[in-house]
Design a binder for this molecule. Structure first.
Ligand code: SF4
Length: 248
């Protein structure tokens, strides 16, 4: 079973160098009502339902290195062209290459809302990350929980169960440092009682967190194949009519 912190360290060596980070796409996206998006390369988990699995599995083979100024410039250019007021880093895990992320945030004007989509593992492992994020008033952090409990997390991500505790800890750290954010959770593999237990657990961190955002499985052909191979069953999923060019 993989240790997400060790995997993060290993992956950083492939996707970060001298303040630069690898990205594989800059694009307008329809999510959140329209958002300028930069897709980074590299993650510290291996989710069975990951839509960008090929990139996560072989980070050395995808993307090009960009400095924070260039990333911000491209994001702002797309936002201006499309009339968006929101910007995000997405794709793989944006909190790898932490210093690079901070320098990108420095370059984003306060009139844009910056949405940081993260699995939260690194923010949970080091409270100073949440402290640093509290310095950005135009930031919103969306922590995507992989399952509702330690067992589900481990089965879905291939990581040690303790990784789920880091995801929960990320939410605690963000609340402690007054960073705006919210949990989302992939619930397609979770029985009702586990969802209810998660609600209770999240409510103890912040009363609003019990209404966490629901993420459901999208049954891309490669995901379906993988689930079959691993013998993992799910409670809900939807099949995309066609594979969209812009994804989650
Ligand atoms: S955390 Fe996100 S990018 Fe990383 S493996 Fe899971 S779904 Fe893919």
């Amino acid at each position: 079973m993989l240790d997400p912190i060790k995997l993060a360290e290993f992956t950083e060596k492939l996707v970060c160098k001298e303040g630069l980070r690898k990205y594989y796409s800059f694009r307008p996206a329809r999510f959140y009502g329209g958002i300028s998006t930069a897709d980074c390369v590299g993650c510290c988990l291996r989710c069975v339902f990951c839509w960008s699995w090929n990139i996560v599995a072989s980070p050395g083979n995808y993307g090009d290195f960009y400095g924070p100024e260039e990333v911000a410039k491209r994001l702002i250019r797309i936002a201006e062209k499309k009339g968006f007021t929101q910007i995000r880093l997405s794709g793989n895990e944006p909190t790898l290459c932490w210093e690079h992320l901070m320098r990108v945030l420095d370059q984003i004007p306060g009139n844009y809302l910056f949405i940081l989509e993260t699995n939260g593992v690194l923010i949970g492992s080091d409270e100073s990350y949440a402290r640093e994020l509290s310095g950005y008033s135009n930031l919103y952090v969306r922590v995507s929980l992989k399952g509702t409990c330690e067992d589900e997390f481990s089965k879905l991500t291939g990581a040690i169960p303790e990784g789920f505790e880091l995801q929960i800890k990320a939410l605690e750290n963000l609340v402690r440092h007054n960073v705006r954010g919210f949990p989302a959770c992939m619930v397609s593999f979770s029985p009702h009682e586990n969802r209810e237990a998660l609600k209770k657990r999240l409510k103890t961190i912040h009363p609003h967190f019990k209404d966490f955002e629901i993420e459901e499985l999208i049954l891309y052909p490669h995901v379906e194949e993988k689930l079959k191979k691993l013998g993992i069953s799910y409670y809900s999923a939807h099949r995309p009519e066609s594979i969209p060019s812009e994804q989650i």
